[in-house]
Design a protein around this ligand. Sequence first.
Ligand code: F6R
Length: 242
Amino acid sequence: MDIRICKNYEDLSTKAGARVAGQIAEKENSVLGLATGGTPEGMYRQLAEQYQKGALSFRQVTTFNLDEYIGLPTSHSLNYHAYMKTHLFSKVDLLTENTYLPDGGAMDLTAECERYETLLREAGGVDLQVLGLGHNGHIGFNEPGTPFSSTTHVVELDEKTREANARFFDKRSDVPKKAITMGIETILAAREILVLVSGLDKAEALSAMLYREVTAAFPATALQKHPNVTVLADEQAAKGLP
Ligand code: F6R
C-alpha cells in the first residue's frame, strides 16, 4: 500500500479530489466507486469547485456507491441517495442515469443485491474506489466477521457503527439497523482503491488496517491483499504509525 500522510483534513481533501480528477482526466468515462460519511465531504467540495472552475467534467463518468440504509423512505434527507445529491450529484454535470446506489427500499432485497452486482459487471467494474474506514475496521458496511468472499449483501449494522452514525440523526434510535453494501470481494475487484482516513479517533483503526494480520475480524485488513491501494491519512490519523 502506498501511504501518504497529509498535513490536515483540508490537505487530505485536496489530494483526494486531485486523484479523482486525475482519474477522470486519464479516462473520461471512468467508473468511480463512491463513499458517504463525514470523511469524503471535503473531497466532494474540491470536486464541485474544480467543476465550477471548468477544470473537470463528469459528463461521461459513471458512479456506484458502496452502500445504502434499509428502512429509510426514499425521500428521507439522511439516506445516502440524499447525501450524494447534496454533496456531489447536484453540484456537477453527472448524468442521473449514470449514478447508482443500492435501493434500500426494494421489496426483494436479495434480488436488489444481485441487480447491483450485475450493473457493476455490465459497467465494466470500478476503475477507482474511494473508501472511508470505520472505527471497527469496516469498509463499506462490511462489519467485523464478514467473509472476504462476500458480494453485495444485506447487513445488520454493528452497534458501534450505529453509534458513530448517530451524529447525523436526531437520536440514536433513528439510525437504521440494516443496510445494503457492496461486499469485500466487490470492493477488492476495483482496479484502484483510495482510502481516506482522518482524525485521531481513527488512528488505531488505521494502524490495524495496515499492520494487523489479514483477518475477517478487521475487514479493512483485506486491503493488504489488493495490489493498487493508496491511503491518504491526515497527521492526526497517522499518529499511531511507526
Ligand atoms: C460510507 C461507508 C462507511 C464509511 C465509514 C467511515 O459509504 O461505507 O464505510 O466510510 O463508516 O465514516 P466517516 O467518514 O463518517 O467516519
